[in-house]
Design a protein around this ligand. Structure first.
Ligand code: ATP
Length: 588
């Protein structure tokens, strides 16, 4: 509460109550109720559409479910809307899981189309079951006056409830944004694979977001039904309103906490005032107003208002009393890796991976011993990365088995995130940074796996950033880093998950001579701290000096393995990969 961003926001928000209280006009109160309702809907939508990047265009289904459940429970069971709205919210949560689970497998426009389809289905069902819902003719909410029934003569009471719901939605949205879930949603939105490698289950976090969003939307829908006192499928399950709600967030700033509110405050009053002044002749005018503002904003400010000016305004506000940065927390103790050096940690048997007619790994059997650095070499296209993808859960082998051995027990996790949580950390050959997050935030995404609390994850990330030599670019957005730093960031994010086994895929590619030496020293230090390492590398000098053991793969098959000196002398390895020039240069 003492932070200026909080008290300034509360002061500005209170204007939504103070201005209509001073004016005392029923129409002005109506405009402010509408602002609170739509800002709440847009803020709730933004949790899915903005934070999770899933452009739902069927969100009004939860609004409608809330409204109808509340109205029907009053009508048939005489239940107060204060109870009915939670029943509606529970039903919306169930519907959100049932719809979200299959739909989250769809990407981009297909997801949006699927949400529209579900909205239409529910609208048609509401029309079809007219015996219950009143069908197209609509349903009138039983008019019993008083707080218990949420029906008032004094319109200001409606505004108090609408404001309360908006405040609740904003607090939830703010809390998500600043908690692990918010970071996870951003990570999943930007790069699902990298998020999975950091132990995040994309489906689980998206489902969490959609359930929270559905519950909030449904609560607002219940209230709005009580406010309008009339429900019909066309307005309760409206596609155009779903689009408007998304549009407010786009105008204000997608994925920001106050963006949806700002977008609504900007456009709803203009449209409502135009409707108020021009009456029936202004039918459809609000759509024109929204469209015009949207076009202007997307053309001039693609990040929306908050996306463009938010950081600058935030810095001004931080200069107010209480805005000084807090001291950083001490990094928590590192996870103690236990186990006997030399014991088997990972074993693959006869791994085959076919892509159509191509066999990328062909009968690969290998094992990894605790505490070693295992190098994997081989020509381009030999199947090295495909092997990594299988032992980190990103590819399901066509045949063969993978076992992670821990405490004498062998397990095979079912998904990439489960592999990560089982202690296998991996980097990607083609770097996968979360471009719009800073270096520290990128590393925090990894750290969250074992440190759910934001302050601890940040402390771990700060320590890891120093370890890999990224301390000088901590607050730089990852998209602005050169390739050498991006490679180090890959290692840092994976290291922050505190893995037992670290899979490094060509982390020295694109690094300068000095950086390569630093990386070699870093990998040794990581091993000395108890982490077992497998490294795919084309830099022979580096991999020779690092590895305790090397496996050579060619055309998907293991053609040689052993200590570095004997492997580079192997004729098959010289013929398939190293070449005679290398052998001559080494005097082999
Ligand atoms: N998802 C995929 N679908 C189809 N083919 C694939 C897929 N992934 C890899 N391949 C093919 O499998 C073969 C092995 O590729 P892989 O990336 O594992 O090789 P690599 O040894 O890591 O090569 P490099 O050293 O160039 O990274 C290649 O021919 C590649 O084109």
């Amino acid at each position: 509460m003492a932070h200026p961003r909080v008290y300034v926001a509360l002061i500005l928000l209170s204007l939504l109550l103070i201005v209509p209280a001073l004016s005392d006009s029923a129409f002005i109160i109506h405009v402010f109720v509408t602002i609170c309702v739509f800002a709440g809907l847009s803020t709730a939508w933004n949790i899915v559409g903005g934070y999770a990047g899933q452009l739902s265009l069927g969100h009004m289904m939860f609004y409608g479910i809330g409204g109808y459940t509340t109205a029907l429970l009053i009508q048939h069971l005489g239940l107060s809307p204060w109870i009915g709205m939670w029943a509606g919210a529970a039903l919306s949560a169930v519907v959100a899981v049932c719809i979200g689970y299959p739909c989250f497998r769809l990407r981009g426009p297909f997801f949006s189309l699927a949400t529209i389809a579900f909205l239409e289905v529910i609208r048609l069902l509401a029309i079809h079951f007219h015996g219950v819902t009143g069908g197209s003719a609509g349903l009138i909410v039983p008019l019993k006056l008083g707080w218990a029934w949420m029906i008032f003569q004094d319109k200001f009471n409606y505004l108090i409830i609408a404001f309360g719901l908006l405040l609740l939605t904003l607090v939830v949205s703010y809390a998500i944004r600043n908690a692990r879930l918010g970071y996870y949603l951003t990570a999943v939105r930007e790069r699902e694979d990298a998020a999975s490698a950091a132990g995040i289950s994309p489906t689980r976090v998206k489902l969490k977001a959609v359930v929270i969003s559905a519950v909030l939307t449904s609560l607002i829908g219940s209230f709005h039904a009580m406010y309008t006192t009339f429900l019909e499928p066309a307005t309760m399950f409206s596609l155009s309103t779903s689009i408007e709600v998304a549009m407010f967030a786009l105008i204000g700033g997608l994925g920001t906490v106050v963006g949806p509110l700002l977008g609504t405050v900007l456009v709803v009053p203009i449209a409502e005032l135009a409707r108020g002044w021009l009456g029936a002749s202004a039918n459809g005018l609000h759509g024109f107003v929204y469209g015009t503002v949207l076009v202007l904003i997307t053309l001039t400010l693609p990040g929306g208002l908050v996306g463009t000016y938010g950081a600058r305004v935030g810095r001004w506000i931080d200069r107010l009393p209480g805005g000084q940065p807090r001291p950083e927390q001490e990094a928590p103790a590192l996870r103690q890796i236990t186990g006997t050096p030399g014991e088997t940690m990972l074993e693959t048997k006869n791994l085959v991976m076919r892509f159509g007619g191509l066999t990328a790994t062909d009968d690969v059997s290998m094992m990894l011993k605790r505490g070693e650095i295992l190098g994997i070499i081989g020509p381009n296209g030999a199947g090295k990365t495909t092997l990594f993808n299988q032992i980190s859960g990103f590819l399901q082998p066509s045949s063969g088995s993978i076992a992670i051995v821990s405490g004498g027990k062998a397990t095979t996790p079912a998904s990439p995130d489960a592999f990560a949580r089982a202690g296998i950390g991996r980097t990607f050959q083609i770097v996968q940074p979360f471009g719009k997050l800073t270096v520290i935030e990128n590393i925090m995404i990894g750290a969250f796996m074992r440190h759910p609390d934001v302050a601890s994850a940040r402390a771990v990330a700060l320590r890891v950033s120093s370890l890999v030599g990224l301390q000088h670019v901590r607050e730089v957005e990852a998209r602005n880093l050169p390739i050498g730093d991006l490679k180090r960031l890959e290692v840092a994010r994976t290291l922050a998950t505190e893995p037992d086994i670290l899979l490094l895929d060509e982390v020295m590619a694109g690094q300068s001579q000095t950086d390569t030496q630093t990386m070699v020293a870093l990998i040794r230090a990581i091993r000395d701290a108890g982490v077992t390492v497998i490294a795919i590398e084309h830099n022979m000098q580096a991999i020779m000096s690092l590895s305790d053991r090397i496996i050579v793969i060619d055309s998907g098959k293991v053609i040689a393995q052993g200590d570095p000196q004997s492997v580079v002398r192997d004729r098959r390895v010289i013929e398939a990969y190293l070449g005679e020039d290398f052998a001559n240069a080494q005097g082999l």
